[in-house]
Design a protein around this ligand. Structure first.
Ligand code: AKG
Length: 199
């Protein structure tokens, strides 16, 4: 439903590594997250001008401590997305994309982030595209509705770039997915020592 791709086989192969959980947070929880984040975000300007940035039209922040509603949401994210006991990157990453903003294809740092990325989508639907690093013909599109949680693991995280499509290109299975301002709240785990020594 929420995953499209270049072939059935690819969708099947990545099915344990790519998850979209719809309605993961309630409207009230989105509101609580927004109210905690908006004052800090509002003080910053959207960055549009760095031509070499992976992200265009964004502002960002990190957060280590949350009020009780948000803390409950993050506990739920952690319990469904990460292996038990997997140490997480300290603060949670918050990315605020302007309506005109987008994220270009990239692979998250293998040095600083572990095998799992989990992100909540606030305020807007969007489309995330994964493209195999060494074969652009192999791709997956994920429809990320507002209030959903996506999880990328292992090969989906290491062997595929991910991007958030700009409004003009935001289409899923032939249907337009209008992009509004979007805030994502992203949790990552730390690389294990074994992963680190492999690089
Ligand atoms: C990243 O931080 O690596 C992302 O691509 C974030 C994607 C998102 O906004 O959900």
């Amino acid at each position: 439903h929420y995953v499209d791709g270049s072939s059935r086989d690819l969708i099947q192969r990545l099915s344990t590594q790519v998850e979209v959980r719809t309605q993961f947070i309630s409207k009230e929880e989105e509101c609580a997250l927004f109210q905690e984040l908006e004052p800090g975000l509002k003080r910053k300007r959207y960055q549009f001008d760095h031509w070499d940035d992976a992200i265009h039209g964004y502002r960002e922040t990190e957060r280590g401590t949350w009020g009780s509603v948000c803390e409950g949401v993050l506990r739920r994210v952690k319990s469904v997305a990460f292996p038990e006991g997997s140490p997480l990157l300290g603060p949670v990453h918050v990315l605020d994309l302007d309506k005109a903003g987008f994220i270009k294809p990239h692979i998250d740092s293998i040095k600083f982030c572990g095998n799992t990325i989990a992100g909540l989508s606030l305020l807007s639907d969007s489309v995330m595209r994964l493209v195999k690093e060494d074969d652009a013909h192999q791709w997956l599109d994920l429809f990320l509705p507002r209030y959903s949680l996506y999880i990328l693991r292992d090969t989906a995280r290491y062997g595929f770039t991910h991007e958030i499509l700009k409004d003009e290109q935001s289409v899923f299975r032939g249907s337009r997915v209008p992009r509004e301002r979007r805030i994502s709240v992203i949790c990552r785990n730390l690389p294990t020592e074994k992963q680190e020594t492999c690089q």
